[in-house]
Write a protein that binds this ligand. Sequence first.
Ligand code: UD1
Length: 433
Amino acid sequence: MTRDYAIAEPQTSKASMDALLIQGGSKLSGRVAISGAKNAALPVMAATLLARGVHTLRNVPVLADTKTMARVLEQLGARITFADRVCTIDTTAVKSFEAPYDLVRTMRASIYVLGPLIARFGAARVSLPGGCAWGPRPVNLHIDGLDAMGARLEIEHGYIVGRDVRLRGTRFSFDVVSVGATAQLMMAATLAEGTTTLENVALEPDVTELGRVLNACGARIEGLGTRRLSIHGVKELKPIQTTIIPDRIETATFMAAAAITGSTITLEDCEPLDVAAALHKLEEAGCEILPEAKEITVTGPRRASAVNVRTAPFPGFPTDMQAQMLAVCSVADGTSIITDTIYLDRFTHVPELQRLGADIRLEQNTAIVKGVDRLQAAPVMATDIRASAALVLAALVAEGETRISRIYHLDRGYEAIDRKLAELGAKIQRVRE
Ligand code: UD1
């Protein structure tokens, strides 16, 4: 059945009121298809603003976040259809340059439209995103980088504003590795006058893929896959025709589901090379993992062993898997030490896991997790996308029925996770709160 998502659901949709009921203790088995990557789809959707015409994106995951990006683009005047995971975006009639606060605050990645708008139209008015559930998430590198290219951005009434801008090539070095700022400046530089050199860029597959997609449209980006990019500006780009790469965080989350439940499952349509760090860590925890060309079979141990984890930019262990790994470690044999070096406060899942009986002590950005023999069901609350996934994993093994409220966070980042887990044999049900 096809469904048109052109008019995406508002924040207060019925789905935002849903909760999950999970009866712990079931083994999982079977095959699960991995969806397209949220973090690859969002910048590519924004990049459509760089070229006039009809763009076609396949394998776009059906998520609250991709729908929000569709709304941001519609607001700018793009015409969008979104059915069967194919998103067509017609940017011919883009006539507004404003991304309003109401949309940006629901999804920070809306800021991705800033660079493309400035590069193609010389104007933008994009709301500052503000804080997030686990602390400050600045966008200074996005602004400083565009300014270095001559954007002369101003902050006015909570908005980042650019007027009459003509971007020109520059040399910019990131003092912290940033996925978002790398993608932002890469997009902007494709249409700037002259050559832009970016140093210390992010290597996350989502960013490298964005570069490939742009090059296929006529951009001249050199050095993809290295820490230094040279981007030679071109006059115009052709519309995008692409297929979104598999979601590596969803892949790793399902691997963690096999690990925590001691089950064997096969993940289809995924890219093993993109999940190497999580894969090796789960092997260290006792999983048997068989990666093949486009699929991975994971067998979890009877009980996982404790492991130490330190998040780092790609190819390191992703911060987006820290919460899920912490859930696995909460029932592992021994004490695990988990440090997040990317987001120092990203531990809102800890008090909720403690409600399920986990033994976790926080010391600044490090969690010391003493594995317990068993978790017990309790009502818990999701606070962000990956924290929600951690609670789902814990609930799969907790004794009794766990109720997870506020799962709209989960729906922002995981396509039909309840259906996928149910098909693998989990006792999971979505209910209205
Ligand atoms: C992206 C991902 C998010 C992931 C994160 C880190 C998307 C849509 N989101 O977010 O899921 O958790 O990468 O892998 O792809 N920083 C600054 N100034 C800036 C920008 C970032 O100081 O202007 C800092 C951040 O506070 C953080 C670090 O850089 O400590 C990395 O953040 P960044 O890679 O930019 O994260 P996002 O792109 O927002």
